[in-house]
Design a protein. Sequence first.
Length: 286
Amino acid sequence: MADIITESSGVHIGDRGRLLGVVSTAVLVAASALALTTGRIKLFGIAWIAFAAMAVAGWLGGRTPGHHTGTLVWGYGLAAGAMVTSAAVFLLPQAMGQSAVFGGFGVALGLLVGYGAHTLGHRLAHMDLPLDRSLAELTAHAFSAGAIIGIIYGNMPELGLLLGLAIVSHKGPAGYAAVHRFAGRGGEWSAILLPAAGVGIAAIASSFLALPASAAVRGVVFGFATGVFLHVAMDFLPECEIGSEVHESLDHEGDAHELLDRLRVHAVASTALGALAVFLGWLAIA
């Protein structure tokens, strides 16, 4: 329980997380009012769907102790398949349409920055934070993802709602997994409200940032967004290997290799269904 209580202040991190969750939800309500009054209806919808997905999944994650491996694999797989497809179909053409060369550089930059931020983010484990490490990482990711979503929709409001919904599709399984770990160490599920609200707050705020007309700049920005979301999507691809998060979540006595082999089938099926769902959604509105 050493990572739940900070010795310097004696304040329970669960209490801090709960307070931050309540405050961030209130800020999201205020930001939502601004979005509605300025005609940002799509961002309003994306913000609250992301909030609801992460909050509900977090609540479930805090109340389902023990075996949850199948849920984890299917949640991650569906989200990853949907995000890979959405980034490739909706974001990549926008970046290449602005500037093929600079759009390509933007994609590479987004992938590398996403990897670097994810890798260096583990240094949070060595810091005394007012929030659980996994939730702190999730909060940082939520605000950065929301900022990118806001810039995209703020500069290209004609983009369909399907893109935003597919991009935030990983919020549910991410919230479930984070709170499941957090609750196992004595934390309260309500701390998930901070990253849940962060997506919408950052998205609405950044939507007021207007990009210059330069094709090179816009190509880099949209390419960067594509690369970041591709990195996140690939990070969510279920890894059914020894030492992976899926392996560590196993509640099984016996041959782990045999069970992981079966879960690999579920991983492939879930990612395929996630991609198919985006395709069918696109057919329905095309």
